[in-house]
Write a protein that binds this ligand. Sequence first.
Ligand SMILES: NC(=O)c1ccc[n+]([C@@H]2O[C@H](COP(=O)([O-])OP(=O)(O)OC[C@H]3O[C@@H](n4cnc5c(N)ncnc54)[C@H](OP(=O)(O)O)[C@@H]3O)[C@@H](O)[C@H]2O)c1
Length: 257
Amino acid sequence: MTTALITGATAGIGAAFARRLARDGHNLVLVARDTERLRRQATELHDRHGIEASVLSADLATEAGIASVEARLGDAEHPVDLLINNAGFGNKGRYLDVSMADELTMLKVHCEAVLRLTSAAAASMRERRRGGVVNVASVAAFVPRGTYGASKAWVVQFTQGAAKDLAGSGVRLMALCPGFVRTEFHERAGMDTGNIPSWMWLDADKLVDAAMKDLARGKPLSIPDPRYKALMGASKLVPRGMLSRVSSTTGRRYGPQ
Ligand SMILES: NC(=O)c1ccc[n+]([C@@H]2O[C@H](COP(=O)([O-])OP(=O)(O)OC[C@H]3O[C@@H](n4cnc5c(N)ncnc54)[C@H](OP(=O)(O)O)[C@@H]3O)[C@@H](O)[C@H]2O)c1
């Protein structure tokens, strides 16, 4: 039986990965900060699918949190075959409305944690000559969208570069770029989603099914929905200024700070 480790496993896209991978018969290591919620989820997945689900409470905005997940990924006696780097969040506001501490926390969770966990996993996967890493980025990686978009652009570039360097090693890396997905993300960030058209919303379970297909095909970049594939294609033809205006308004209305 293989083992998958998912960060940000308790909600949204991470929870959808956990459901899908449990259904496929993978044992799971579930990572997030809320220990009680992790335990409930592990019990539910074990009872429903008969897999082993263990819990690793870690705050990936901290050195100790990143180090504890790195250590689990490097444990040669309990190898991890698939890593889903999914934990992430949006900040409550636009550039200069967000504190420097919150900007830096975002870079720690979206970039430093992704770099270190990918590297810990990939090094031991390369020795075993098999394994996979999915780094959850966003279509925001391709449009001007503050630190969030910049951090996700880093995830895409880093993952595609690492995938190239590890070609032929048996280790697959893929950056996953969802559009708007109905999860806890926007509420947690205090975002008013009223101006996001209903056709732009994706379902987390369908998104994960499409992502798993792309991973099996060996794609280094996955934009899993035809609507967003078309939008990303069209965005290359739109003048940068117009793209910037649309991108900085859609889904970026914030509630009281
Ligand atoms: N929803 C969208 O529209 C959308 C679109 C594109 C990309 N994404 C990306 O998809 C990923 C998942 O987002 P989501 O929409 O599923 O969000 P979500 O529903 O808010 O879930 C976020 C998950 O991450 C965990 N988490 C947050 N901060 C963490 C930290 N410091 N350390 C460890 N775990 C942490 C949360 O659990 P705890 O609070 O218990 O730690 C939770 O399990 C993110 O990387 C996000 O940027 C989302």
